[in-house]
Design a binder for this molecule. Structure first.
Ligand SMILES: Cc1cc2nc3c(=O)[nH]c(=O)nc-3n(C[C@H](O)[C@H](O)[C@H](O)COP(=O)(O)OP(=O)(O)OC[C@H]3O[C@@H](n4cnc5c(N)ncnc54)[C@H](O)[C@@H]3O)c2cc1C
Length: 309
């Protein structure tokens, strides 16, 4: 890995370097992303470029005040190679959850290799029959002394086929709608965990999505995130949620607005194929007012969330 980048005094130069990387490395990969080829080498380059480290100072304290810069980098990556920004957003989210809410011994185990792009985490909310309505989930963590026994099934989980851990959203002791919830950092090497092959989803091909089954998985004490009372603001990082913009949803919204609907079978967008940077920018120009409104809304939401938690 190259030395740490100077994010403080060299912001413009840093963004220029990221833009160059996007034009020379990401765009060609984005153009052939519908082959479904995963891109670990790109994640290594994200790490080398500091795109993950950007969220922390040298002592690994979170630097959420740098969110505007982080968001700028996300937009550049999203415009060049959309599947890779899902990965970047997921890794940033996982690092944030570990640093902010996990017990120190859990954060220490996973954070540094994650920031070096050597391992991937994953975030398990969605289930085969539970999407937006997270209260309908049926994954249950039963108390077992100070630890937990986990049973359930998660689906459409980014990085699931290759991840080292999953932050599992589970109900406590029973699956009723009124159950308490817990978010457990579960090592995916644990006995009782099985995972599917990569799911061939119609969008963001190349980003490995999969299923996770938990069958009587013993989860050690100390694995729960400290998110009590902060469930809605601290954990549900879904589209439109307060923190989502920090990671990728703002850029994905921008991507959809600027690129419009994509035919994922042919790779054509609005009848043109393949997508190019120039095309993206041309369309973005026409929709500038909408893009700017979305961006302002996302930045406001993020600022409120960072200040409020
Ligand atoms: C590329 C990709 C990566 C993903 N990665 C992850 C991941 O890492 N971890 C994870 O847990 N999940 C992940 N998901 C799953 C994703 O979070 C869910 O698809 C999402 O939560 C929506 O759930 P659903 O697909 O079941 O849609 P549904 O919940 O069935 O919703 C369908 C539509 O109905 C609308 N809708 C639903 N309820 C209401 C309501 N009450 N009022 C008005 N409208 C409503 C929704 O907005 C949506 O447009 C991923 C999905 C994709 C596409």
């Amino acid at each position: 890995m190259t030395g740490r980048r100077d994010f403080e005094t060299d912001e413009a130069a840093y963004l220029t370097d990221v833009a160059k990387f996007c034009d020379t490395v990401l765009l060609p990969r984005g153009d052939r992303s519908d082959t479904g080829e995963f891109f670990p080498d790109i994640i290594t380059q994200f790490a080398e470029l500091g795109l993950l480290e950007l969220m922390y100072d040298e002592q690994r304290n979170l630097r959420l005040d740098r969110m505007r810069l982080i968001h700028e980098t996300t937009e550049l990556v999203a415009a060049a190679f959309p599947a890779s920004v899902v990965a970047l957003g997921a890794l940033r989210l996982q690092g944030y959850l570990l640093k902010r809410y996990a017990q120190p011994h859990i954060a220490e185990r996973y954070l540094e290799p994650l920031l070096r792009g050597e391992i991937y985490g994953s975030f398990g909310v969605t289930e085969p029959d539970s999407g937006t309505d997270v209260r309908s989930g049926t994954t249950v963590a039963t108390r077992d002394g100070d630890g937990w026994i986990l049973n359930g099934h998660k689906k459409w989980i980014g990085f699931a086929p290759v991840a080292a851990f999953n932050v599992v959203l589970a109900k406590v002791d029973h699956a009723g709608r009124d159950a308490d919830t817990v978010a457990l950092v579960v090592d995916l090497g644990s006995e009782g965990v099985t995972r599917s092959e990569v799911l061939d989803l119609m969008s963001f091909r190349g980003m490995p999505l999969g299923e996770l089954h938990f069958s009587d998985v013993r989860v050690p004490a100390g694995s729960a995130l400290k998110v009590a009372g902060q469930f809605t603001t601290g954990l549900v990082l879904k589209s439109g949620s307060p923190l989502a913009w920090l990671f990728d949803n703002g850029s994905q919204a921008r991507h959809y607005v600027t690129k419009g609907g994509k035919d994922h079978k042919t790779g054509a967008m609005w009848g043109k194929t393949p997508p190019t940077h120039i095309f993206t920018r041309t369309v973005a120009k026409g929709k500038r007012a909408v893009v700017d409104r979305i961006k302002t809304m996302m930045l406001r939401r993020g600022a409120t969330s960072v200040a409020g938690e």
